[in-house]
Design a protein around this ligand. Sequence first.
Ligand SMILES: NC(=O)N[C@@H](CC(=O)O)C(=O)O
Length: 577
Amino acid sequence: MQTIITLPAACDFHIHTRQGVLMEMVAPRIAEGGVSLCYVMPNLKPPITSTEQALEYKAQLERLAPNVTFLMSLYLCPELTPEEIRKAKKHGIVGVKSYPRGVTTNSESGIESYAIYYPVFKAMEEVGLILNLHGELPSDADQDICVMNAEEKFLMHLKQLHNDFPKLKIVLEHATTKAAVDTVKALGDTIGCTITIHHLQLTVDDWAGQCHNFCKPVAKFPHDRQALRDVVLEGHPRFFLGTDSAPHPAYLKECAHSCAGVFTTPLAIPYLATILDSFGAINCLRKFACENGKKFYGVSEEEGKYREITLVKEALLVPHSYSFDESVEERRGSIQLPLELILAVFTFIPARDLCRYLSLSKALRYEIRKIIVERIQRKFRTGNNYLLVTIEPLDTYSSGPTHIFDLMFCDVDILSLNTRFKINDKTFDNSSPIKHVKIIGRKLQGTERWETILHNSHISIGSTWLSIFDPSQTIKNVSLHVFSPFDLKHETTYVSKGSLTFKINLEPESIMWWNSNIDDYSTIFVSNMIREFDDFQSLIVMSLVEEVIVNAGVLLTAIEEKWQDDVESVVVEDPED
Ligand SMILES: NC(=O)N[C@@H](CC(=O)O)C(=O)O
């Protein structure tokens, strides 16, 4: 390799710039990595599905990285109409990304069939928007589909789409197989293909058991990698760089279920040059990383953003990690997020889990708790905000950590919640920070069944816990306990009944009770729940929150689809009414 190369800054036609503090870490590093133009993926939480969202996201990125050209994409989903496509084109949006449902990070809203999108594709073909395909089928044991053949099995869809929309420009993203390379080459000039840097280096042996190399699609066989290398060496004009750089917090990579994604942005072009050099393709760098993609997309840097870079061949220590400010304090102090989730889980803590946990050393328990709490809080920070609302019958203060968790959407001003939590004293406040609560459903233990709770006050539940009561008894009185993930000790619990105006009267040492003739706006006396939710139980609650958040996208879609009409309004009702 020459020891110094000067060339135009590169173009990365597939990058995940994320949001929040992660975006603040990533965006300035794009230029550092030698890239001046990038095509931004829309798989945020929530996904980018409208022109307005995309433009707002672009503005945020530009504030963080003013010297980079950001090309924006929309997320293919049912909300995307042909009209939105035309509007997007008018406002400079470049393409639409399709994720098959559930195959990768934030693909819960992904597509299940292309058929319903044909009018959208037609509009895209007409106005000249690019279709970007995450080319994998979801794993399906019955069909013998798994990560190793998910891409190859997808290729028939690429062929079909090209056949049906020959003028639509389609990019098969992050190809990993010889089959994909051959297919793209065999199709017409409107079909392009991105290749990541890491797929030019890795094979299956490199990610099996090594979480930092795990991404979707996974790296495949050596002969597949060879096919990728060959097509770069050939300088084929329809193959170009798309790093698919996809950062995740370390705790989400270095864990039992590692998130898919390899983060390469800060060192993108030095890394690419090193890999190309290793198989004699350094002379292909310019075409692959700077020219082919721009030609295929018909784009160039925005005014004043073109620049050159110089690569120098010398030793470089790759940082072990890149930090971003996720401190709890920062999150506590600075956010005001719209709360948008309500949980619906009815559950017990299995005794065996309890024993396992309690038998651990205190130090280990502390560590576990810390990790879980941090994981949850980070989700809250990067996504939306959540409150856990439990509905309980009378006397549940004696029942331990057994609750029905209901799924709710609320707008919550976390700052004022936080302030109030800090008081931790007798408090009475008429101005609840909780607005627009709507309870949308519950899930019964041991079933996959979700129900809209129109009358929370009449929840029949069958459980061993309830057998201490009359098993046929329906719960006549309910309370809503609202937990904030930022109130780690659950020192404060809002309890209410039959009303959305949360009136709070915290009596730290009292037990929970309420007046049986309570009306909608009566004050409710509650304990501060510390006794009920000790450290361990808090952990359990947090774990439940996490579990539900993980599934929330899927659940919410299912619930909302089924009970669209029912969930429009608040449904907490007083049984006595
Ligand atoms: N490539 C990945 O493994 N992950 C991407 C999503 C994607 O492009 O599949 C991510 O957003 O994390």
